[in-house]
Design a protein around this ligand. Structure first.
Ligand code: 5AD
Ligand code: SF4
Length: 438
């Protein structure tokens, strides 16, 4: 066996995982490997996995089956599984998919080059030390960025919240913050490299802290970086959304008028069992404070249906909360028990059919609310950044708005990456149409 010369990374899951893939790419490319355009042209294929729902893991096993066929048709190909599912299942992946050559969790990416050396030296399948390191932030690595306009900058890794349904604290370990000087250096480097938009990432960015620098202070510091267009951050935990952060949102010109604020449920009983650390009223109060400080702020959320013991009454509280807030968008999920989590041991009492019905109901409701939010924007002039030619092939550009919607507009390709003023002319129910306003 020899060392692979090219790589291809396939990524599932959240933005943190996509950002991690960029770090791993940086590591591999820095070691002299080149990116391949597709798995069948790569000598190393890595699948960066998510473990948040069972369905996500089943998809990966399906994908590993397809990659087995590619591997058996190739002269030389190594296959690796990385990410949250690699951390959760470790050696079990090798039992179920013995054609996999290496497994490494989110804290073990630095070991990848050495693992490849070991494989090249004829050593057997490589299973990274799956002990979570607890300190790793990869802050000295340089990601290989795919998107020229928008750059992810991880500011925290791991999670200490232990929501009772969630696998993340077990597969990504304890929360740690990247020091503020390093974050600022990263942001400056990305802005100098041409990024217009910076997205700060973490499982719960609001609890960021480095000495005296809390998240609000970090935002104010980054807001001053010269040349920065837009600044946003995901994901916020409602419990840690302080008045200071809301003030920063209101006062920092680069901070976009958009916040992703997962509520999960509108029932206090369910929120309590989820260990979310806030009540329905507290959440609604935060929404009021946000809307008062930043009029017109776009709010998106996550809604989880079918949590153990979620009664019809509990569910109707979630629906009523959605009606009350009228989110601009909601990511909706059906509960999936995760072994090892607290709720994983509880009676998964809501039937599949019932979960499906509840999910459909919240999806339909959200579609209405999203359409309403888009319609209310007709005629307004907003800031947008074209990111690429639209896939529709009608010559339009696809742009992103500060409120995080897509807007399709007729404009010259040379405007890609530029901050534009756009007048909204209509919508598709999910995306906007617009024209250049000046
Ligand atoms: N089942 C279903 N959805 C889940 N999420 C987290 N854990 C689970 C689970 N066990 C959802 C939450 C979270 C989002 C990233 O995924 O809504 O906010
Ligand atoms: Fe992201 Fe959580 Fe999935 Fe890991 S398990 S990829 S942290 S959503």
């Amino acid at each position: 066996m020899r060392k692979p010369k090219s790589y291809y990374i396939e990524t599932y899951g959240c933005q943190m995982n996509f950002s991690d893939s960029e770090l791993v790419e940086g590591l591999l490319a820095g070691g002299g490997m080149r990116p391949a355009p597709s798995p069948d042209k790569a000598e190393l294929v890595l699948v960066n996995t998510c473990g948040v729902r069972e369905h996500a893991e089943q998809r990966v096993f399906g994908r590993l089956g397809a990659l087995k066929t590619i591997k058996s048709g190739a002269d030389f190909m190594l296959l690796g599984v990385i990410g949250c599912m690699a951390q959760r299942l470790g050696g079990k992946i090798l039992e179920q998919a013995p054609w996999v050559d290496l497994v490494a969790g989110p804290d073990a990416y630095r070991a990848l080059p050495q693992m490849l050396d070991e494989l090249a030296g004829g050593n057997a399948v490589q299973l990274a030390q799956l002990e979570l390191d607890g300190k790793e932030t990869y802050e000295d690595l340089r990601p290989r960025r795919a998107d020229p306009i928008s750059a992810w900058v991880p500011v925290t890794r791991g999670c200490d919240n232990f929501c009772s349904y969630c696998i993340v604290p077990y597969v990504r370990g304890r929360e740690r913050s990247v020091d503020a000087d390093t974050v600022e250096r990263w942001v400056r480097r990305e802005v100098e490299g041409g990024a217009r938009e910076i997205v700060l990432l973490g499982q719960n960015v609001n609890s960021y802290h480095d000495g005296d620098t809390d998240f609000a202070a970090l935002l104010r510091r980054l807001d001053k970086v010269e040349g920065l267009g837009w600044l946003r951050f995901v994901t916020s935990h409602p419990r840690d959304l302080s008045d200071r952060i809301i003030e920063a949102l209101a006062q920092c010109p680069t901070l976009c008028e958009h916040l992703h604020l997962p509520v999960q449920s509108g029932s206090d009983a369910v929120l309590g069992r989820m260990n979310r650390g806030y009540t329905r009223n507290y959440y609604l109060e935060r929404v009021r404070a946000l809307r008062q400080a930043v009029p017109g702020i776009s709010l998106t959320t996550d809604i989880l249906v079918g949590f153990p013991g979620e009664s019809e009454e509990d569910f109707s509280r979630s629906v009523a909360l959605m009606e009350e807030v009228r989110f601009d968008y909601a990511y909706t999920f059906r509960y999936s028990p995760r072994p090892g989590t607290r709720a994983g041991g509880w009676d998964d009492s809501v039937t599949d059919a019932e979960k499906g019905r509840r999910l459909e109901q919240v999806i339909a409701l959200q579609l209405l609310h999203t359409r309403g939010a888009l319609e209310a924007m007709t005629g307004r002039v907003i800031e947008a950044i074209p990111v690429r030619e639209a896939r529709s092939g009608d010559g339009k550009l696809q742009a992103r708005t500060r409120s995080h919607f897509n807007v399709f507009l007729s404009a010259d390709k040379s405007t890609v990456g530029k901050l534009l003023k756009v007048r909204i002319t209509g919508n598709t129910g999910m995306n906007l149409y617009g024209e250049l306003a000046e």
